[in-house]
Write a protein that binds this ligand. Structure first.
Ligand SMILES: NC(=O)c1ccc[n+]([C@@H]2O[C@H](COP(=O)([O-])OP(=O)(O)OC[C@H]3O[C@@H](n4cnc5c(N)ncnc54)[C@H](OP(=O)(O)O)[C@@H]3O)[C@@H](O)[C@H]2O)c1
Length: 347
């Protein structure tokens, strides 16, 4: 059995589905509100459909699991029944005492740790969730006698407190690197393929700017978007192959995309038109602060604006070199952005 922390999240949910439906594993997912998993995995969901069309990498079969293999002909209702049989949910907070988290790890063989917050709230800080939460997971594993950990970090993590999110991810990484476990750290650029994710913020910005769309520093910042199902495949390969133990990998899709190119692509796919205008990044700050005050989910935060200074790409052949397969191109998997309805979500 494999424990997925954050198994209700954008990425965690896909990991749970793949492990259970394609790799034949039993899965325990931990999050604060794990029941969300069942409400979000509808028979018609993109996540379920895409998970079921993936090929197994061939993890060591779980003796009490449902058996491995592509479940392509499996009707979605049967897939849901399988999930009910092999997926356990546990309510837990990574800010809990490690002894309590260790309880949730009993009977599992490996942990995939995806929990992190990408934005802070008053009650949930980067320090408490991304740093101390990861430290707690490492301590809980030590306590439970568990060794194998695949940790989801991020590209561009840096030992520089002025970048609050990527600094917190850097500190979380340090806990994993020095935790004495059989770890693999994956550091991807932004992930896309479902909502909510980075591209929802792009759509939201487009919808807030009818006519003219200002881009910070002309949208020069570079990214290397990776399709969520390709990331899940990499996680499966890490769990399968011990050669990945002790490694930390920077990963991304097969192309570099500037922010401006990403905006143009999303506009084209959605059939929208905007005039893109370069604006100095420093001039964005007041607007970003204002929308942060006025909106519950603003398209960007001051921290994210500042982070544009830090590279978010690596070698275009990184995945091919390390894992032996070529990840999908952004244009192949981006149709879903047509369906994103992101508008003005005032407080
Ligand atoms: N999305 C990207 O583009 C991207 C890019 C690079 C790296 N990453 C990394 O990938 C990981 C997953 O990201 P994501 O986009 O899937 O995030 P997400 O959709 O926000 O999911 C986060 C998950 O963590 C859970 N969670 C949050 N706070 C928790 C807490 N205190 N205790 C227990 N569970 C908690 C959430 O469920 P509840 O809120 O119900 O507890 C949810 O299941 C993160 O580590 C992120 O840094 C993401």
């Amino acid at each position: 059995m494999i424990l997925v922390t954050g198994g209700t999240g954008f990425i965690g949910r896909r990991i749970v589905l793949r492990l259970a439906l394609v790799e034949g594993q039993r899965v325990r997912l931990l999050s604060r509100d794990p029941g969300r998993f069942w409400s979000e995995v509808a028979p018609s969901s993109r996540a379920l459909r895409e998970a079921m069309s993936a090929s197994p990498v061939g993890l060591i079969p779980d003796p009490a699991g449902p058996g491995a293999g592509p479940k392509r002909p499996l009707p979605p209702d049967d897939a849901l029944r399988t999930l009910r049989e092999v997926v356990e949910t546990v309510a837990g907070d990574v800010r809990d005492d490690p002894a309590r988290l260790a309880e949730a790890m009993k009977g599992t063989q490996a942990v995939v740790h995806t929990v992190a917050i990408l934005r802070e709230t008053q009650r949930r800080t980067f320090q408490s969730v991304n740093v101390e939460g990861t430290e707690n997971v490492v301590k809980a594993m030590q306590r439970a006698g568990l060794r194998r950990l695949v940790h989801l970090s991020a590209l561009g993590t840096v030992n520089a407190p002025r970048y609050r999110y990527i600094y917190s991810k850097w500190l979380g990484e340090q806990a994993v690197l020095h935790g004495g476990l059989d770890h693999t750290v994956l550091k991807p650029s932004f992930i896309y393929g479902d909502s909510p994710s980075f591209l929802d913020n792009v759509v939201q910005t487009i919808n807030m700017a009818p006519g003219v769309l200002p881009l910070p520093d002309g949208g020069r910042a570079l990214f290397q978007p990776l399709w969520v199902e390709d990331l899940v495949t990499l996680i499966m390969l890490c769990l399968k192959d011990n050669r990945h133990v002790g490694q930390s990998y920077e990963i991304g899709g097969p192309e570099h995309w500037s922010l401006a190119e990403i905006y143009k692509l999303v506009l084209r796919v959605r059939g929208q038109r905007r005039v893109l205008v370069p604006v100095l990044r420093s001039l964005f700050l007041p607007g970003v602060v204002f929308t942060g005050l006025a909106m519950k989910n603003p398209p960007a935060t001051p921290d994210e604006l500042k982070q544009l200074e830090v590279d978010n790409y690596t070698d275009v052949d990184a995945v091919q070199r390390i894992f032996g397969f070529k990840p999908g191109r952004l244009e192949e998997h981006i149709d879903y952005v047509r369906e994103i309805e992101a508008g003005w979500t005032g407080r």
